[in-house]
Design a protein around this ligand. Structure first.
Ligand SMILES: Nc1nc2c(c(=O)[nH]1)N[C@H]1C(S)=C(S)[C@@H](COP(=O)(O)O)O[C@H]1N2
Ligand SMILES: [Mo]
Length: 314
């Protein structure tokens, strides 16, 4: 991945405390922006019939850490299909079309099917979950996602006993995704989870964040959220979910197998070959924090890796 020197860090990463707004204040702030016309509504996009999502249950999985300002979460993005510059993704993805959109369920399932995204959005009650998000590049955020457990969707597909892994694929469309004309990765972007990881109650399919539909830059209309793994496992703009017997080769494994493994569990004790993973900079904070084992989700996920050599299975 492209890593910036400290001197290249964008002002967006260092949010002035005075600029921090809580969610209610944020709504007021965007209303004020709408009046002054300073910045257009961050989430407004052509074709969004229902911008505000109907969210039922909600819960924080962070022990009360404050959420990252929405402006940072929506303007500091890794989405190489649009740009390798985190500050440019929002602008470059502005006209990305997320309707019509289908998700193809394939492989070892009794019910292979093509789903329309609007159908998927109504299949399960939507929940809000506030999760820590830790990028492999040693920065982190706290994001209120809106979605449903991936496990609920998987059960609906009726996987067979041959399904040992789940593979996810992002849209491939060079016309809309200018980054795909470059060979940074072997497109389309692919990610995978072991079957038990996919069924873990923490794993979500997200359709929204901060109470609204996902903005394009954050992976509209459907993205994976796996909070105990590095950010790159959280694949965006999913068009295919395939149930397979063999471990999928992710786009990052293919690009650099020495640096990126299949598991990619957040682990402060195992350095990336080019930098330490012991600490992280929470976007909006100056002092670094210690990175937590499994990003702080050990209680919910450590059992899945009991007895595994995490140095070998990184
Ligand atoms: N299709 C696709 N998914 C992707 C990426 C990408 O480049 N393409 N980047 C990953 C990385 S490295 C990170 S850190 C997160 C960033 O998600 P965010 O922009 O919503 O914070 O998306 C992940 N999912
Ligand atoms: Mo990342």
């Amino acid at each position: 991945m492209i890593i910036k020197k400290e001197t290249d860090i964008s002002p967006l990463e260092i949010t002035d405390e005075g600029l921090y707004v809580n969610r209610r204040e944020f709504i007021a702030a965007t209303a004020a922006i709408a009046i002054t016309g300073a910045i257009p509504d961050l989430f407004a996009r052509e074709g969004d019939a229902d911008l505000k999502l109907n969210v039922g249950k909600s819960g924080a999985y962070t022990g009360g850490e404050k959420t990252t300002p929405v402006l940072d979460a929506t303007h500091y993005n890794n989405f190489y299909e649009f740009s390798t510059e985190k500050e440019d993704v929002a602008e470059r993805s502005k006209s990305f079309r997320t309707r019509p959109w289908t998700v193809s369920v394939e492989g070892h399932v009794n019910k292979p099917r093509l789903y329309d995204i609007d159908e998927v959005m109504k299949m399960f009650p939507l929940e809000e979950r506030i999760y820590r998000f830790r990028c492999v590049e040693a920065w982190s955020m706290v994001i209120p996602w809106v979605g449903f457990p991936l496990g609920d969707f998987i059960k609906r597909c009726e996987p067979t006993s041959k399904a040992k892994f789940v593979e996810f694929t992002t849209l491939k469309d060079q016309k809309q995704m200018p980054g795909q004309t470059l060979d940074v990765l072997d497109w389309p972007y692919i990610e995978g989870l072991r079957f038990d990881e996919a069924l873990n109650p923490l794993t979500m399919l997200a359709v929204g964040m901060y109470g609204k539909v996902l903005p394009s830059q954050n992976g509209a209309p459907l993205r994976l959220v796996v909070p105990w793994k590095y950010g790159f496992k959280n694949i965006k703009s999913i068009v295919r979910i395939r149930f397979v017997e063999q471990m999928p080769i992710s786009a990052w494994m293919k690009a650099n197998p020495r640096e990126y493994g299949f598991y990619s569990n957040v682990n402060p004790e195992i350095d990336h070959p080019r930098w330490s993973q012991a600490r992280e900079r929470r976007i909006g904070e100056i002092a670094k924090r210690n990175t937590l084992m499994f990003n702080g989700y050990s209680e919910q996920v450590a059992h899945m890796y009991a007895g595994m050599d995490l140095r070998k299975y990184f």
